[in-house]
Ligand binder design. Structure first.
Ligand code: URA
Length: 310
């Protein structure tokens, strides 16, 4: 459903920022209203040059390493190479698997994939893992988050985003009116890189087919990448995350919005303002593409009981 007025999602996100002390915001800045999605809106050409990104304070190079000012990186990030996807009117992509499979078959396909991941020895990360972390969530999820790779907590538990960054991601997901059980959460590598370093190209290359299959099976309406490594793996961009976050791209026909990694937000709480803006875009896209907010009562709670009413 197109968004023409402040919606429950928008009110929920506002209230989330205003009330959730755990989110750590000290200042609430009112953003421009969400523009309605109209069929008359001219879509950017596929080869159009993206508008220059807004000025930014610092470039988070990776959620796993402390940010360091890098003038060369700053210069490069001013011209992201990937073209933005259309602002509205995405054509739903119907994949071959989704045409064939109902939910039980999708679940079975994911179980098979999980077993393959658990026994995978394709790259050197397999040698240091305690447990592989394939990903988890709803086989019919409208929204898929894609992070970088497991950390220590995930390596021990076999589940994605269960450490501190995961707790923050869970808060973000729930403030949007979803829950961890209704979305799908995956990573670009399924085994923990030693010392939480960034995954190396050979590792992401070996592991990528698993993520491709997860996307093909779940076929989310929207992808939200968390941080630069995941964004760079799915999009052909040269810029940093600050240059592309909150903007609409597409991966094989599925709308994709990058945002900061929650681990970066733990170190740089000021970035939560941008994430608020980005997840509004994500939620709006899910709505536009026919998705539902599965827990409207959470919206009501987040707006002090006023969601859907005031
Ligand atoms: N960071 C990630 O990118 N993925 C996880 O699963 C946990 C932390």
């Amino acid at each position: 459903m197109p968004v023409t007025e402040p919606t429950a999602v928008r009110r929920s996100l506002l209230a989330w920022l205003e009330t959730d002390l755990g989110f750590g915001l000290e200042e609430i800045r009112r953003l421009d209203p969400i523009r309605p999605a109209t069929s008359t809106e001219p879509a950017p050409r596929a080869d159009a040059t993206p508008a220059p990104p807004p000025p930014r304070a610092a470039e988070p190079p990776s959620p796993r390493t402390p940010p360091a000012p890098d003038p060369a990186e700053t210069a490069r990030t001013s011209s992201p190479a990937a073209a933005p996807a259309r602002a509205s009117g995405f054509r739903p992509r119907v994949g071959p698997l989704a045409e064939r499979l109902g939910s039980p078959e999708k679940r079975a396909a994911l179980d098979t994939l999980d077993a393959e991941v658990a026994g995978c020895t394709l790259c050197k990360l397999s040698r240091g893992r305690t447990l592989a972390v394939p990903g988890e969530g709803n086989v019919d999820a409208d929204l898929m988050f894609v992070g970088e790779g497991p950390g220590a907590d995930e390596d021990r538990s076999g589940r994605p985003f269960v450490g501190r960054a995961g707790e923050l991601l869970t808060k973000i997901v729930e403030a949007m009116g979803f829950s961890r059980e209704t979305v799908f959460i995956a990573n670009i590598v399924k085994c923990r890189p030693p010392g939480n370093r960034d995954p190396e190209p050979d590792e992401t290359a070996s592991c990528f087919p698993f993520l491709e299959r997860q996307l093909e099976i779940v076929e989310p309406k929207v992808i939200c990448t968390l941080g630069l490594p995941a964004t760079r793996k799915l999009l052909d961009i040269r810029g940093g995350i600050s240059a592309v976050r909150g903007r609409k791209f597409a991966f094989r026909g599925i709308p994709l919005i990058p945002t900061f990694h929650p681990a970066y937000l733990l170190r740089n709480p000021a970035g939560k303002k941008q994430v608020w803006s980005d997840v509004q875009t994500v939620a709006r896209l899910v709505e536009e593409r026919g998705g539902v907010v599965p827990f409207p009562e959470r919206l009501a709670r987040n707006t002090g009981g006023a969601a859907g009413g005031a």
